[in-house]
Design a protein around this ligand. Structure first.
Ligand SMILES: [Zn+2]
Length: 70
């Protein structure tokens, strides 16, 4: 009995779950040529100028949520 197929299935589901989690994290954001954190001009398809701004933004959002703002 090989469980190879089972392993690759669960890998695929994990990738899908990660993608959904990422998409849910910032459902309200639309690219608008500006970094959503520091307002720096960015390429039209980007939400943030770099990963630090993205992480800082997400940290800010989750601390706002923890602060009871709904
Ligand atoms: Zn930025």
């Amino acid at each position: 009995m090989s469980d190879h197929a089972d392993n690759s299935d669960s890998n695929i589901f994990r990738v899908i779950a990660d993608g959904l989690a990422l998409a849910r994290r910032a459902p309200e954001l639309q690219p608008d040529c500006r970094c959503h954190f520091c307002d720096e001009a960015v390429a039209v398809s980007l939400l943030f100028c770099n990963a630090e701004c993205r992480d800082d933004y997400q940290r800010e959002q989750s601390s706002l949520r923890r602060g009871g703002i709904k």
